[in-house]
Ligand binder design. Structure first.
Ligand code: CS2
Length: 494
């Protein structure tokens, strides 16, 4: 495909073909009110699109300055296109392209931590939002506590003014604002953690309290950490995606983001320093997000992880491929069935419709969402996606066989060797520990399952529950004996 040498940018917006959506506001009049930590594809396809709508509706003091914690790649791609980029919304019906203007500038924290702290401490910054992934909070997912031995936390406690970690940046900037007599910003976590606002408040307060009891107390007393439920499927952008979008635009976009039509953001309405007119952009403002968060984690993310591990092991590259196999579609539905009874939803929530819509979204043939991508960081994801529902079910004496098969799929996956004996590139902060346990146990369910269940950072005391051990060992035994594909088939047709 011949690519145009013109680059997407402010000066070229008028030259975009008709049919490409573009900022419906005068971008030169927008000022920044939000600093966002974690400038990845998810933020750019989710919150930034909402902010783009808010800007168009008149909330013009809420532009975004985005920060990547480590990698310069996003900044390098976007800086030379005035931070404009395309969101490609894909479904079986086709692709819609929308150029987003909400991102005004970007910084790379590792290159200049003081600059980022300064930006966060600037009085104009009234919200600091985050998508740093589960592991970016440097906590133990099982307990929700700050991991004080995490190397970045050790670094940041020694050198608080030039931090590396998300909690380190939040505390450095909040401390600066307090010292200057400024009011704090609202901390808006947009990651898939259970009770995400609450959890981040606890981590940040614990970090601050190590620095000074007073600072910890001030943060606990005056900083707002609303919880949120964020939902939009955003696969990693590939080079083919870049080429396809650039060709639709007739100019080069170095880093567009790919997503689905569906998007949802439920936010607890507790902002101490103001907020954009979220309602104008379809955000659901509620007083308690918890039921929605649990619904999403236990229905969407749990079945996503089940499909990712078992699908990968069965040789499926993407979630859509996996869903083409009717047994796996059934598996996803069964995970949801098991989880649904653990949820208590506000009156009027149609859980059955939600489940049906999830199956349809997973099957979207236009999204190339790799099972390998979702399989990442299982140690950080399992507790809130799968283990909580299992605990709730066991409390009611209900069976947990489908969830156990998903957990066994994860166990089989983290051995780092697939069913054909090829290496699996396991990405997880605890990958080395899991691989060592797998080597020691050998391919024997009765040895590997208990060894992994004893990893307290993931399973905590729940790992010692005999019914959990039995169900997971049985499922892992089937995976070893029959392979994932046949084990899933046997499970759903039983
Ligand atoms: C996925 C999520 O990668 C993963 O673990 O399950 O990123 C999922 O696509 C989003 O939470 C959907 O909102």
């Amino acid at each position: 495909m011949r690519q145009s040498s013109t680059r997407l940018g402010r000066a070229n917006l008028d030259r975009l073909p008709a049919g490409i959506w573009r900022p419906a506001y005068d971008r030169s009049r927008v000022t920044s009110g939000i600093v966002h930590l974690g400038l990845g594809a998810f933020h750019r396809a989710h919150q930034a699109v909402v902010i783009d709508d808010c800007l168009a509706a008149g909330s013009t003091s809420w532009g975004i300055v985005g920060a990547s914690l480590r990698s310069p790649d996003t900044r390098d791609a976007l800086a030379s296109q005035d931070h404009l980029y395309t969101v490609a919304i894909r479904s079986a019906e086709g692709t819609e392209h929308r150029v987003i203007g909400a991102l005004l500038d970007s910084v790379v924290a590792r290159e200049n931590p003081a600059q980022l702290v300064g930006q966060m401490a600037d009085p104009a910054t009234r919200i600091v939002s985050l998508t740093v992934t589960e592991k970016g909070y440097c906590h133990t997912p099982q307990t929700g506590d700050l991991d004080e031995r995490h190397p970045d936390i050790v670094h940041d406690l020694n050198d608080p003014d030039t931090p590396r970690s998300a909690p380190g940046f939040l505390v450095a900037a909040l401390a600066r604002r307090r010292a200057q007599g400024l009011s704090p910003f609202t901390v808006l976590c947009c990651d898939n953690l259970a009770a995400n606002g609450h959890t981040v408040q606890r981590i940040v307060t614990q970090f601050a309290a190590v620095r000074s009891k007073d600072l910890g107390k001030w943060i606990a007393d005056v900083v707002a950490f609303p919880s949120t439920m964020v939902d939009r499927i955003v696969p990693e952008t590939t080079d083919d995606d870049r080429d396809a979008v650039s060709s639709a635009l007739g100019m080069r976009d170095a880093w567009p983001v790919m997503t689905e039509p569906f998007t949802q953001w439920v936010v607890e309405d507790r902002f101490t320093a103001g907020r954009p007119d979220f309602a104008s952009a379809g955000v659901e403002l509620v007083s308690d997000v918890k039921p929605f968060e649990l619904m999403k984690l236990r229905l969407l993310n749990a079945s996503h992880s089940a499909l990712a591990y078992l699908g990968y092991l069965s040789g499926y590259e993407t979630i859509a491929d996996t869903m083409q196999d009717a047994h796996f579609a059934r598996l996803a539905a069964q995970v949801m069935e098991e989880a649904a009874v653990t949820l208590t939803m506000p009156v009027g929530t149609d859980l059955a419709a939600y489940r049906t819509s999830l199956l349809k979204r997973f099957a979207n043939p236009a999204l190339h969402h790799r099972t390998w991508q979702i399989a990442m960081d299982g140690s950080q994801k399992l507790p809130q996606r799968l283990l909580g529902a299992m605990q709730d079910r066991l409390r009611k004496d209900l069976p947990i066989a489908t969830h156990a098969l998903a957990v066994a799929g994860w166990m089989r996956y983290v051995t780092a060797t697939d069913e054909q004996g090829r290496a699996i590139d396991v990405r997880d902060p605890l990958a080395a520990e899991f691989a060592a346990l797998a080597r020691e146990a050998g391919p024997v369910a009765e040895r590997l399952a208990p060894a992994l269940l004893a990893v307290a950072k993931v399973f905590g005391p729940f790992g010692a529950e005999p019914r959990l051990r039995e169900a997971v060992t049985t499922a892992l035994g089937r995976l070893y004996k029959d392979g994932a594909r046949r084990a899933v088939e046997a499970h759903v047709t039983a």
